[in-house]
Design a protein. Sequence first.
Lengths: 209, 209
Amino acid sequence: MYALKQRSLSLSMAKLQRKKASKKGLILRKASAMFREKGFAATSMRDLAEAVGIEAASLYNHIRSKNEILEAICFDVANIFNTNIETIESSNQKSIVKIDNLLRFHIRQMIENYEEVYVSDREWKHLDEPYLSNFQTQRRNYRKKFASIIEEGIAKNEIRKIDAPTAVLIILHAVSGIESWHRSKAKINAEELENNMVMIMIDGLRKQP
Amino acid sequence: MYALKQRSLSLSMAKLQRKKASKKGLILRKASAMFREKGFAATSMRDLAEAVGIEAASLYNHIRSKNEILEAICFDVANIFNTNIETIESSNQKSIVKIDNLLRFHIRQMIENYEEVYVSDREWKHLDEPYLSNFQTQRRNYRKKFASIIEEGIAKNEIRKIDAPTAVLIILHAVSGIESWHRSKAKINAEELENNMVMIMIDGLRKQP
DNA sequence: CCTACCGATCGGTAGG
DNA sequence: CCTACCGATCGGTAGG
């Protein structure tokens, strides 16, 4: 049992290493950075090739098309968030704690996995069918799950009586504001940012008398 | 005095009418809709011309370049928000009321002037110099003013002790989430949306015991 | 406002 | 992984 766990652990480590070290991994990372900076449509395969250090034509030995890169980024990110919300959903915590956890997970992903998460959030419109519909469905389902957790909190009297989809919309978009934090020169540190964001979203701006 | 007011009112009405009815006005409105839907880079002048109902070459009798359209949209929106924040800044209201007013103004603009506001918020990166730097500066100054109002509220004990720039970032991005509301089929009405958003931002998600 | 057209650049392929 | 190249499309102009 122990040996098995060790083995599968080192296997997945090797897999991660391979992905990180591989040329395809490099292409994906450079593409994320460029799609975030200039947008998917404004990034040319020649720009990308230059960043990777090869000719444009050589990119096609590692990827099938420009759109396949975007697909890889978007669905990677979608999987990360889907896996997390399922774990939180099935936990036995109070609703307010579930929301706190979800919120912090979003914040950390936006800090640590910035380029990919940002691209997935802002550039998915450029996905081709059938990926576009698939992605939109996943997105809709994710938000429904999130809203359900909030509804549950309202029912249990832990959360204020608000429109749950509106709360989800605010939370998700507020988190994407971390983009401005990344850009700003006089950054507060990541921990302070996280705690400030959580405090504002959970308890609001107004000071209680 | 009364006659003067009447006259300038009808003059500006005529001006608005002219702008709305003119071909350039039409081009700007169609461009806003398409830039929002597909992004600036992915919208071609041929697409735009078709939406307007003329040939691509004919667009250039009304506008100088594709980028000039984006400039018109972005700076129009910037002016609207700058004018408003200056009015609010110099009013003698409590800080929490100023913030409430600012927030509601953003929400209403995002509902009533959706295409332009959205494009200005998401596509300004494609502005050319010197417009790009100019726009970024205006944006930075706007956020500083907004943060100052929050700082003022913290000093007066009306607002919780939070990092003001983080609060600004949350508010501005949360409001841009109205995009999801526009997209959604089962919309709550605009008034409910506004009140829910304000309640969540000002008083938070957690129900007070 | 149109027809006709420009050079530049795009994503992608053939062949080695 | 490169050289050489494809057809398509881009923003924009000339001339009427």
